[in-house]
Ligand binder design. Sequence first.
Ligand code: ZN
Length: 107
Amino acid sequence: MVEVFNDRPNLTMSEPFGCDRCDRKNPDQIERQPFPNELGERIVETICADCWEEWKQHQMLLINHYGLKLNEPNAREFLYENLRAFLFGEGDVQVEIDSGQEGSVKW
Ligand SMILES: [Zn+2]
């Protein structure tokens, strides 16, 4: 039986980080807050780096699929809504993109 000493006792005092989306304990965390607002704060506190990567891929699909222009407020609003649905399961705006259709999207 090997004794394992915890050299960082403070860690046991605080809640371990767990991702709300994939339910993993102690996954990699996002290094930087993605948006300078409440939403960004929430993402950093509840979503792991892997899930965030997934969203970024999904976001690219959406941007390409819909030809979104990120300097347009409507496009950003659309992405925020999809982000909430994708990461937090909120709302009913999540758009399914059939990956079987990939390559057939008209530019
Ligand atoms: Zn996750």
